[in-house]
Design a protein around this ligand. Structure first.
Ligand code: CMP
Length: 140
């Protein structure tokens, strides 16, 4: 299995509750290494562009409003099969469906305020990393 990278967001519901460290510890305990991290206030345009794939979904406007409702922490994670490792520790999108021991089961409030985002493929990981980070900001 190759060492790869994925993209993660610690969402506003988690930063608001001072859970940046708690979420990051769960990521690290799952074997992922934080090779880039910054706390930002996303603009509406940034959030709309990031979630453009969902622009026709009924929850799009609420999702964008939520993602700009407070600071987020964007991260690049590195590890063995990082996309899968991250998705496994995140748990299901809806915390009601998430397995015990996952980040969303532990911390998420709802399907919208679900504490973390993670890339769903290696291809999207590269696109999402490039959306928020310059190459020199990533130090493995
Ligand atoms: P995320 O992995 O960031 O990708 C899109 C987000 O839309 C998802 O996590 C959810 O937090 C959010 N979302 C809000 N409502 C829904 C819904 N009904 N179905 C799927 N995702 C939703």
């Amino acid at each position: 299995m190759a060492v790869t990278r994925t993209f993660s967001i610690i969402k506003p519901d988690a930063t608001r509750r001072n859970l940046t460290g708690g979420v990051t510890k769960m990521l690290e305990d799952a074997g992922l290494r934080v090779v880039a991290s910054k706390r930002i206030q996303m603009t509406k345009e940034q959030a709309e562009g990031f979630y453009a794939v969902h622009s026709e979904r009924p929850f799009f406007n609420d999702l964008v409003s939520f993602m700009i409702s407070g600071p987020v922490v964007v991260q690049v994670l590195e590890g063995e099969d990082a996309v899968k490792a991250n998705r496994d520790i995140m748990g299901a999108t809806n915390p009601a469906d998430a397995a015990e021991g996952t980040i969303r089961k532990t911390y998420a409030e709802s399907i919208e305020a679900n504490s973390v985002h993670g890339s769903d493929s290696d291809e999207n990981a590269k696109i999402e990393i490039d959306y928020f980070f310059k190459p020199e900001e990533i130090v493995g």
